[in-house]
Design a protein around this ligand. Sequence first.
Ligand code: ADP
Ligand code: ASP
Ligand code: MG
Length: 459
Amino acid sequence: MIVMKFGGTSVEDAAAIDRAAKIVRGRLAEDPVVVVSALSKVTDQLIAMANAAGDGDRERALSLARGTRERHYVAASELLGTGVFAQIHSELESDLDALDELLRGIAAVGELTPRTMDNVVSHGERLSSKLVAAAFTARDIPAELVDARQCIVTDDTFTKAIPQMDATNDAVCERLRPLIREKRVPVMGGYMGATREGITTTIGRGGSDFSAAIVGAALDCSRIEIWTDVDGMKTADPNLCPEALRIKSIGFEEAAELAYFGAKVLHPSTVLPAVHKNIPVWVLNSRNPANEGTRITARAPHCRNTFKAIAAKKRVTVVDIIATRMLGAHGYLRTIFEIFDRHRCPVDVVSTSEVSVSVTVDSNEAIPLIAADLDQIADVKYGGRKAIVCLVGETLRDTPGVAARVFTAVKDINVRMISQGASEINITFVIDENDVPEAVQRLHTEFFSDPDPEVFARE
Ligand code: ADP
Ligand code: ASP
Ligand code: MG
């Protein structure tokens, strides 16, 4: 049994869905379970519609919804013969009508709760899974549409709900195992789930990778394939660094650090359920399925180069907390972190001195509130438009002098914070967002001019 996850660009239109069908057909003997994202950009558009409706702008919300409607109908008509199209059209229509109804309701009250937001955005995966299942059936794949909300059981932290693993594992096995036994191909939307009471939730942006890993782990599958629009994980974001190399194989821990610090090719949590069960994860290109992609393995392969990759995460805010009043008082770090915790704001990078603590957080609207709370105990400054740059590689553990090479490469770029991760496999620092392309480019030249052919590939 394998799990195959197709990301937004891999199901973006009829041509992409047709490619996905060919890839799945080639693996029918391995009993695939298919997890799909919304069509590319649809989640962004759904969020925009929900926000417009929340602001009371009903016309804008409905006009955006018309665009989404059109896109799904066009894809369906290109993928399906007239008979099947009529049936799918009416199924999509009832979902899209419900979406319009929801937007009208939100606009009428002029209030958008996280719970309603989740209901709106879940339409992306509801629609894509219907469309893909129908297209597969029309292409002789014995597809069976499965509602992810019957499988992924979460808590009620809407917009970033936490899957409840025991209940989810039971539900996944109960719902999917009988289908697989009958040689059916389950097709389900990623990213969404439901609470025990059946209320729709989503598990955080980019969450379809996580859904795939949860399903794969629950079913003890032999492999998880993440199909995307690049030839696997690369030594840097190919948009920032066109000469980035494909990483043939990378350790779980390395991949997790990279994902966490901005290599959005893989969702950070993906690797966890898979890691616990030692399930190999592959990142593959649906536009170039012959390429070997990247294999994520339990242990990092030996590599001549110090690093496997460079990641950059933008839209970060640095908060400087100068705690003169609490100087020497015990428990002051705890007090600070409790404040971030109270606002449910995760902290990424931390550096401390005797009197000050600097932390980075994802830029978000809670920061002024957090700063106001911190202000009670310390002097606080914060600044946005920062980025975290992170270099990751297992070899770092036993290579001296690396930090000097890193910081020489970026010596004329202003570095705000530095941290060498407790995991010992990354060097992380914070710079201005605008300096990211230059910094990544230079570090790439410094560390990847002579790549180990066992680990990296040019194509
Ligand atoms: P999907 O829709 O398939 O989930 P994403 O857009 O989430 O795809 O992730 C794929 C994108 O991640 C690539 O198109 C690429 O721009 C970006 N990316 C960032 N860092 C990396 C990296 N190190 N290697 C590969 N892709 C990366
Ligand atoms: N469609 C969701 C998003 O864009 C989930 C995913 O694609 O992984 O965030
Ligand atoms: Mg993704």
